[in-house]
Design a protein. Structure first.
Length: 153
C-alpha cells in the first residue's frame, strides 16, 4: 500500500491558501455591493484650511489670499553676515580626563557643559587634566568628538 505524497504541513498550507483566497473574494464582493448602494466610487474630497489642516468642508472664499508668483521662494534662505559671525566652530572647554597611556580623554564644553570624547590623533598640543583648551567638533562613531584640540593661552 502506497503512502500519500502530501504531508500534514502541505495540506495545512493548502487549506490556508484557499481560505485566504476565499476571504479576498468575499471582501471584493462586499466592496462592490457597498459601491452599488452608495452610488459613489470616487475618492472623497479633502480640503486644506487657512491653517494648513485637512478638513472635509470647502474653505471660506472670504479668507482667500492671493499670492504673487514672485513671492514664492524655493531655496535655502541666505544667511546674513551677522549670523555667520555668530556661529564660531571653535569651542572652549576644560579637559576633564585624559589617559596618556591609552591616548584618549574627555573635554567638557564651557558653554553647554557637554562632555566630548577626544583621541590623541585629534590633538595639536599635549594636554593634561584641568587644561583649558580650544577645539572643534566632528561626528564620530558614537557621537560628537573633539578634534584640533589646542591649549588655550
Amino acid at each position: 500500500m502506497a503512502k500519500s505524497q502530501q504531508t500534514f504541513s502541505k495540506v495545512e498550507k493548502e487549506k490556508k491558501r484557499l481560505k485566504k483566497r476565499e476571504d479576498k473574494r468575499k471582501k471584493m464582493e462586499a466592496r462592490k455591493l457597498e459601491k452599488q448602494e452608495k452610488g459613489s466610487s470616487g475618492i472623497e474630497f479633502a480640503y486644506v484650511d487657512y491653517n494648513g489642516n485637512l478638513v472635509d468642508t470647502p474653505p471660506d472664499p472670504s479668507q482667500r489670499v492671493e499670492v504673487e508668483i514672485e513671492d514664492i521662494a524655493i531655496s535655502v534662505p541666505k544667511t546674513l553676515e551677522s549670523e555667520r559671525e555668530a556661529f564660531d566652530p571653535v569651542r572652549i572647554g576644560v579637559v576633564n580626563f585624559f589617559d596618556t597611556s591609552k591616548g584618549f580623554g574627555f573635554i567638557i564644553d564651557s558653554v553647554n557643559q557637554e562632555k566630548y570624547f577626544t583621541h590623541v590623533s585629534g590633538l595639536i598640543d599635549q594636554i593634561t587634566e584641568g587644561n583649558k583648551v580650544s577645539f572643534e567638533l566632528e561626528k564620530g562613531q558614537r557621537g560628537m568628538n573633539a578634534v584640533k584640540v589646542k591649549l588655550e593661552k
